[in-house]
Design a protein around this ligand. Structure first.
Ligand code: 13P
Length: 283
């Protein structure tokens, strides 16, 4: 069933687990993700980021996500990830997403507040939830991730940001990065706790791929209610395909699609269990 991010994440927030938000670039990714969620009786979020539009166009993907969500028997939210402008958020809402992220994290604080407020005002009119980022979660290929505290979410700023914007969920920077880490990161759980203690809203961890099990557990037990995962799905697909091609050289195109779906499902299932969202759907 298609549900609001607000609804899914509120339950996670109250009960100390997190819901996985999986970036899907194909029908196989979507089907695999939903199969995993249904088998594990877990809510799930399907999402697409604006930087992914060149290979997975928004106007083609969102209707597919919405259709898959509607025919699923677990709660599925459909989310725009890293929307870079008001117009992209508006377009995603027109296509049927149940939540949007406006990413003004590269802007000065005042500007970030301004663009986020504009999106919140518009989204509210359509009953759509809004996530926004404070601090800067960079990318593994452009950032030295040596616990660069300058890019971490500032606790005092977060209080002002949450109060003035009225967002539903806050994405934070605590040493997490998007992409493939060259070594396992050490997230700053102390900063997470400080942000959580001062802000009574669900928090979001971006750059979930490659995080240690211990950090994931600390995150989901300390206020992270949504975890974004993209790279890990793509890496799992490539690993499983490479392994399979060693023995099965004549897979065929249909066989290839099945393998991609299966690998997507495996990657999503592993994360659902780590985030403890399995068996959380009330029957
Ligand atoms: P990863 O690709 O590192 O899992 O990050 C996903 C993400 O945060 C999408 O917004």
């Amino acid at each position: 069933m298609l549900v609001s991010l607000r609804e899914i994440v509120a339950d996670a927030y109250q009960n100390g687990y997190a819901v996985g938000a999986f970036n899907c670039l194909s029908l196989e990714n979507v089907e695999g993700a939903i199969m995993a969620a249904e088998e594990l009786n877990s809510p799930i979020i399907l999402q697409l980021a604006e930087v992914q539009f060149p290979c997975a166009p928004l106007e083609k993907m969102i209707p597919m996500f919405v259709d898959a969500a509607r025919s699923s028997f677990v709660p599925v939210a459909v989310h725009l990830d890293h929307g870079l402008s008001f117009n992209t958020c508006a377009q995603a809402i027109r296509l049927g997403v149940t939540s949007v992220m406006i990413d003004g994290s590269t802007l000065p604080l005042e500007e970030n507040i301004r663009v986020t407020c504009e999106v919140v005002q518009m989204a509210k009119a359509f009953g759509v939830a809004v996530e926004s980022e404070l601090g800067k979660v960079g990318d593994t290929d452009t950032v030295e991730w040596d616990n660069n505290v300058n890019t971490f979410t500032d606790v005092d700023e977060s209080i002002r940001f949450v109060q003035e914007t009225g967002i539903d969920a806050l994405a934070i920077s605590i040493g997490n990065l998007h992409g493939k880490y060259t070594a396992t990161p050490n997230l700053n759980i102390q900063r997470l706790k400080e942000i959580k203690d001062r802000n009574p809203i669900p928090l979001v961890l971006h750059g979930g791929s490659g995080t240690s099990e211990a950090d994931f557990k600390d995150c989901v037990h300390n206020g992270i209610s949504k975890v974004n995962v993209a790279t890990a799905i793509q890496l799992r697909i490539m690993d499983e395909l490479r392994e399979c091609m060693k023995n099965e050289t004549d897979l065929g195109y249909i066989g290839l699609k099945e393998k991609i779906k299966c690998a997507s499902k495996n990657a999503v299932a592993d994360h659902i269990k780590l985030f403890e969202s399995n068996n959380k759907v009330k029957q």
